[in-house]
Design a protein around this ligand. Structure first.
Ligand code: ADP
Ligand code: ASP
Ligand code: MG
Length: 487
């Protein structure tokens, strides 16, 4: 059995939805059934939903009404483009309008209350996936398949951490099997909403932005699927973001650890949490291109075949702040680092990277810029006495910085990588603000000004010759190449 997920661009309009349906039908033909589909919202829809709800909370009564009509047009158009029967079209349009009128009612309440709670935000954000799941299921039925839209709220049970909910895997396994196995046994294709889930009490939660990849992995693990396929808009995981580096190449095979490092440090093609459920059950992941289905893409497995490439990829994340706690009075005082990170953790802020100078006179760490004010306030409160006594001189932040990470399992034990990385940057006069301490040997990560980030990625990519050499692809399953005309 295969769990396959289609991302936002892969269902971005009627043509893309038809293409996704072609791929599903072809896979079923080749493999003889056993496909669970996970679907994202159409590209940009979650952003539209969330920004409309945010502006409603700020007193804007117009944006959400406009958003409703814009979303209505876009989904209606996709329905007209991908479904031929008038009757089915009409029924689907009605379902779309019902969901969008829920959206408008939710936004009206948010507007009246003047507040967008995390729970309300998840209820609004969930609508995009609920729309596409219905459309794709109807398109598949139009091709003669038995298919049904399934709400992931019935299959993935999480804690109540809205916006970044954590799945309760035992409960999820039970719920997913109970809901999906009977459908599969009857030859029905479940088309499950990505990104969304529910608490035990049935309250809708979301798994974090970009979380539909994670949905596919959670379901893959819960159903013990043979593989998890992530259909996206690029030819797999590449040596760099192809938007930044034109000559970036597909990595035919990488290990779970490499995929985890690449995605954690910004390779948006895979949500960072996707790897964990796959690793736990040893399920291979494939990242493939909906718009180029005959390309083998990337296979992610426990042990990737040995590669000539010590450095596999260069990734980057921007929109970050470097926070520094500094003071001579910190020298040799035990527990300072623990207090710094406790204060930040208590605010629910996650730290992306840590570095400390060997003199112990300062501790630097990287967080997302939108959390920096809260972090500074929490640290000032935690070190109030030390600041008054001047044992801590300053707690401050440098904004608009980025992390660049150089990743590859074979970097371990290959001398000279760091010299090459920093040589390339020095040669182009790019200033490195900070370097990660104690990172795994799979990864060298460092901080630069945001404006230098893309150049840093390009220069390092060039330095290691990553754009030049095609690697030998792993055995390609020809079945991936979808036929032209559907089932
Ligand atoms: P989807 O909507 O299918 O989930 P995303 O937009 O989330 O797709 O992720 C795909 C995008 O990730 C690509 O279009 C590409 O620009 C970006 N990306 C960033 N880093 C990489 C990388 N190393 N390899 C491939 N794509 C990457
Ligand atoms: N639609 C959600 C988002 O935009 C989830 C996803 O696309 O993976 O974040
Ligand atoms: Mg994505």
């Amino acid at each position: 059995m295969i769990v396959m997920k289609f991302g936002g661009t892969s269902v971005g309009d009627g043509e893309a939805i038809s293409r996704a349906a072609d791929i599903i039908c072809q896979t079923i033909k080749d493999k003889g059934g056993g496909v669970v589909v996970v679907v994202s919202a159409m590209s940009g829809v979650t952003d539209t939903l969330l920004s409309a709800a945010t502006s409603a909370a700020q007193g804007d009564a117009e944006t959400f009404r406009r958003a409703r009509w814009h979303l209505s047009d876009r989904h209606r158009q996709a329905i007209t483009e991908s479904i031929s029967r008038d009757e089915t079209q009409a029924q689907l349009v009605e379902e779309v309008e019902t969901l969008l009128s829920d959206f408008e009612s939710l936004c009206r309440s948010i507007h009246i209350m003047g507040e967008l709670t995390a729970r309300g935000s998840d209820a609004v954000a969930s609508l995009g996936e609920r729309l596409t799941a219905r459309i794709l299921a109807a398109v598949l039925r139009g091709r003669g398949e038995r298919a049904t839209a399934v709400e992931a709220t019935e299959t993935i049970i999480t804690n109540g951490k809205h916006g970044a909910a954590v799945p309760l895997m035992d409960e999820t396994r039970e719920a997913a099997q109970a809901r999906l196995m009977p459908l599969l046994a009857q030859g029905v294709i479940p088309v499950v909403t990505g990104f969304i889930a529910a608490t035990k009490e049935g309250v809708t939660t979301t798994l974090g932005r970009g979380g539909s990849d994670y949905t596919a992995a959670i379901l893959g693990a819960s159903l013990d699927s043979d593989e998890i396929w992530i259909w996206t808009d690029v030819d797999g995981v590449m040596t760099a973001d192809p938007v930044v580096v034109r000559e970036a190449r597909t990595l035919p095979e990488i290990s779970y650890s490499e995929a985890a490092e690449l995605s954690y440090f910004g390779a948006k093609v895979l949500h960072p949490k996707t790897i964990l459920p796959a690793v736990e059950r040893g399920i291979p992941l494939r990242i493939v291109n909906t718009f180029n289905p005959s390309h083998p893409g990337t296979l992610v497995v426990a042990e990737a075949k040995p590669s000539e490439l010590a450095v596999k990829g260069i990734t980057s994340i921007k929109g970050l702040s470097l926070v520094t706690v500094e003071g001579r009075g910190m020298l040799g005082v035990p527990g300072v680092a623990a207090r710094v990170f406790t204060a930040v953790a208590q605010e629910g802020i996650s730290v992306l990277m840590i570095s400390q100078s060997s003199s112990e006179q300062n501790i630097c760490f990287i967080i997302r810029q939108e959390t920096v004010d809260r972090a500074l306030r929490a640290l000032e409160a935690a070190f109030e006495t030390e600041l008054a006594r001047r044992n801590v001189d300053r707690i401050w932040a440098q904004n608009e910085v980025a992390i660049v990470a150089v990743v590859g399992a074979e970097m371990k034990g290959t001398p000279g990588i760091a010299a090459k990385v920093f040589g390339a940057l020095g040669g182009h006069a790019i200033n490195v603000i900070s370097i990660a301490q104690g990172s795994s040997e799979y990864n060298i990560s460092f901080v630069v000004n945001e404006e230098d980030m893309e150049d840093a990625v390009r220069y390092i990519h060039q330095e290691f010759g990553l754009g030049r050499r095609p690697e030998v692809p792993p055995e390609h399953d020809e079945g991936l190449a979808a036929g032209e005309g559907g089932c």
